[in-house]
Ligand binder design. Sequence first.
Ligand code: BG6
Ligand code: MG
Length: 212
Amino acid sequence: KYRGIIFDLDGVICHTDKYHYQAWKQVADQLGIYFDETINNRLRGVSRMESFEIILERYDGAMSEEEKERYTAEKNEIYKELLKNMSPADLAPEVKATMDELRKRGLKLAIGSSSRNACFILGQLGLDGYFDAVSDGNQITHSKPDPEVFLLAAKLIHEKPEDCLVVEDARAGLMAAKAGGMDGAGIGDASDCELAAYHLKSFEELLEACNS
Ligand code: BG6
Ligand code: MG
């Protein structure tokens, strides 16, 4: 049924939530802004600057664009340092085995991530060069829920959007898939999302979704 699978990275292939949280927390603390895990969950799928704007909802003062650039850059430095803790051991065996099986069935595999650290993360996980294409935050101007990142992924694997399935853990990502004319499979936090064509309780269930 599908010819290509486009995977979101953070929250689907790996779990970087705690690193994003720790890095944003340091910045928020400096600014005296209240920040917790619930607010952190709202940052899923959202770009770096848009994430900061959400954090700034609880900031009283005004902030110039230059300052925003400085704080987001600082967050990224802290985050990148934390990402060095990631290793191939952080790639769940069932995730790798499922992707290998999908590839064996002839499906093309791509990444569609809002992150500008996607290639670094893939390297840490030992997935350098594994995907047929990587579409990420460095190549787009509109982040999810805009479909740009997924449309680019489909283009890079030379498949029509309607022949691709998007795997996402964020509502914004499932909205993006739908806007791009692609079916979505929700996993993790988004597994119950009504926008998803498939509601995955585990990564392996993707094999059934691709059979149906
Ligand atoms: C997404 C994450 O994958 O990437 C978001 O779900 C994050 O939480 C976004 O804000 C941007 O990431 P980065 O690595 O470019 O700061
Ligand atoms: Mg995600």
